[in-house]
Design a protein. Structure first.
Length: 133
């Protein structure tokens, strides 16, 4: 053993085994026509025109206007919210029989929505990764 040589480890032994296995396998040769088909695709891609760039300068005024409207809506919402918070009373709500009767269909709608969502999720689970849903 050389004085500066490292002792063999399991890591080196594993790499030697992998190298022997890979050296024993035959060389992969592409099928006939593979190179021609690949080069044809590369030429087609090179011949395609460049994508149209997004017109940022023309879209900027609309984006600025949309941002200004959102800020204004937030400001107005905060003003109305602050006024409403001051007017809140913590009296217990009293629902009459008429109010409860008017809310009854909402329960059925909620049940129908939950049933629809569960059936959709079940169908998605059955379809799996087939791409049907």
């Amino acid at each position: 053993m050389k004085p500066n040589a490292k002792p063999a480890t399991d890591y080196d032994a594993a790499h030697d085994a992998i190298d022997r296995t890979l050296a024993a396998e035959e060389e992969l040769i592409p099928s006939s026509g593979f190179l021609a088909a690949t080069m044809e695709r590369v030429r087609d891609e090179a011949a395609c025109p460049k994508p149209i760039p997004f017109p940022w300068l023309r879209a900027m005024p609309g984006m600025v206007l949309a941002a200004a409207v959102l800020v204004w809506c937030g400001f107005e919402l905060a003003q109305v919210g602050l006024k409403s918070v001051q007017e809140i009373s913590f009296a217990q709500a009293h629902l009459t029989a008429v109010d409860i009767h008017a809310l009854e269909p909402a329960g059925w709608v909620a049940i129908a929505l939950v049933a629809s969502m569960l059936s959709w999720l079940f169908a998605r689970r059955l379809a799996g990764r087939s791409g049907l849903l």
